[in-house]
Every structure is written in structure tokens, then in C-alpha cells.
Design a protein around this ligand. Structure first.
Ligand SMILES: Cc1cc2nc3c(=O)[nH]c(=O)nc-3n(C[C@H](O)[C@H](O)[C@H](O)COP(=O)(O)O)c2cc1C
Length: 213
């Protein structure tokens, strides 16, 4: 939580530290974002907060699975992400625990961001791997984060994932499956229009391939 506006009576957000988020640059790399200093939780308050989040996530999974059937439910996890200084101290154990725990709900898929995407949209070298989660989860295992056509084919062929999800490439190429099929050139994505409020620019204006390409 990084701003006061979501807090009761506009009080400071809570954290395990009293330091504000250090990442000061917006996702488009341009304007600086400002975050207020949080209220540092007392040690005895932290376990309650962690438990609240745990129960909220569990409730959400159970409620949606009850309503529409677990076979129609998927989940996306980013145990390795460190966005806004919110990295976990042991993401490997966290991810594995989640993969194992989710098995009992029989949900359709578990979709996980690659450990190399520690920061959003930049690949980092890492020795961490999603393989333990892949092996533990009994449903369809989807990976995402920094893949292109070639790398996607490699991860599927190696059995390390059942499916690959593409974010930025799909955003910039509305006909991405077809382009992959015929190995066509891809449109380049424009970071400046990520998360834009504009209803058209950046989301629906990337061109389709010409039919005779
Ligand atoms: C404009 C934009 C919006 C995104 N919104 C979300 C989101 O709401 N939730 C989420 O988990 N990931 C979101 N992502 C991240 C992507 O789902 C994906 O994990 C990320 O782009 C890395 O995959 P890629 O290398 O294929 O782009 C977003 C990405 C972009 C470019």
C-alpha cells in the first residue's frame, strides 16, 4: 500500500518499515511518483496482517470456485516480484507452498511470472526457477515474463510449462497467434502508452497484419 487515500481517515499506509517506497519512477519511465512514509507496524501486528491477506486470498479462491466451478478458475502468482519494494524473503518457499496448497481446490491453471522479472518489464539474470512449482502443481501450468516466440517454444518443448502467456507482445500485436504461426514480423510495443487512461491509444490501435503479408 503506498498512498493514504485508501486508508481509513487518510491515515498513513502500513508497512514493516517507516521508509517510503524507494522506486520513484513510474512504469513509463518518465514522471516521478511520490509515496508517503508508512506507519511502521509493531512486530506483534505483522502476523495479523499476513494472516488477513492469507484468509482474504483463500476466501476469494473458495468463493469463486464455489460459484463457477474450480475447473473454470485460474490464478496468477508473482512470488518473485519485487515491485514497489514488496519482495518476499523466501519466494521459492512461498511459490512452492502456494502451488501445493492450490492443488486441493482442483483449479484449472496456475499462471506464474518468471523469477527473472524481479522488476516489471526488465529481465534479470537469476538462478531461480519455476520448476519446483511446475512439478508441485497438478493442473495446467502457465509461465510468463520476457518470452518471445522462440523461447516460448523452448519452454514448452522442455516440459517446464504447459502454456506460455505473452504480455507486451500481445498488447502490441492483436493477431499475435497468427503472427507466431507464420513467423511474421512483430509490431514494437510503446512503453509510454502502458497503463494509459486513453481508451484507444496504446490498447486498441496497434495494427493487424495486412492479409497478404
Ligand atoms: C499495459 C500492461 C498492463 C499490465 N497489467 C497487469 C495486471 O493488471 N496484472 C498482472 O498480473 N500483470 C499485468 N501486466 C504484466 C503482464 O501480464 C506480464 O506479466 C508482463 O508484461 C511480462 O510479460 P511479457 O514479458 O510477455 O510482457 C501488465 C503488462 C502491461 C504491459
Amino acid at each position: 500500500m503506498e498512498t493514504n487515500c485508501y486508508q481509513p481517515n487518510g491515515q498513513p499506509p502500513i508497512s514493516c518499515t517507516d521508509k517510503p517506497i524507494t522506486a520513484q519512477i513510474q512504469i513509463d519511465g518518465t514522471s516521478a511518483a511520490e509515496y508517503p512514509p508508512p506507519r511502521r507496524l509493531r512486530t506483534d501486528e505483522i502476523s495479523q496482517v499476513v494472516n488477513d491477506f492469507r484468509i482474504a486470498a483463500k476466501n476469494a479462491i473458495e468463493a469463486v470456485a464455489d460459484e463457477i466451478g474450480a475447473e473454470k478458475v485460474g490464478i496468477r502468482l508473482s512470488p518473485y516480484a519485487d515491485y514497489n519494494d514488496s519482495g518476499d524473503s523466501n519466494p521459492e518457499a512461498l511459490g512452492l507452498y502456494m502451488a501445493e496448497s492450490l492443488n486441493k481446490y482442483g483449479i484449472l491453471y496456475c499462471h506464474v511470472i518468471e523469477p527473472r522479472m524481479v522488476t516489471q518489464f526488465e529481465k534479470h539474470e537469476t538462478i531461480c526457477s519455476l520448476l519446483p512449482m511446475r512439478k508441485a502443481f497438478k493442473g495446467t501450468f502457465i509461465v510468463a515474463g520476457g518470452y518471445n516466440r522462440e523461447e516460448g517454444n523452448v519452454v514448452i518443448a522442455s516440459g517446464s510449462a504447459d502454456l506460455v502467456a505473452f504480455g507486451r507482445l500481445f498488447l502490441a500485436n492483436p493477431d499475435l497467434p497468427w503472427r507466431f504461426e507464420i513467423n511474421a514480423k512483430l509490431n514494437k510495443y510503446d512503453r509510454n502508452s502502458f497503463y494509459t487512461h486513453d481508451p484507444v491509444v496504446g490498447y486498441t490501435d496497434y495494427p493487424f497484419l495486412e492479409p497478404d503479408t
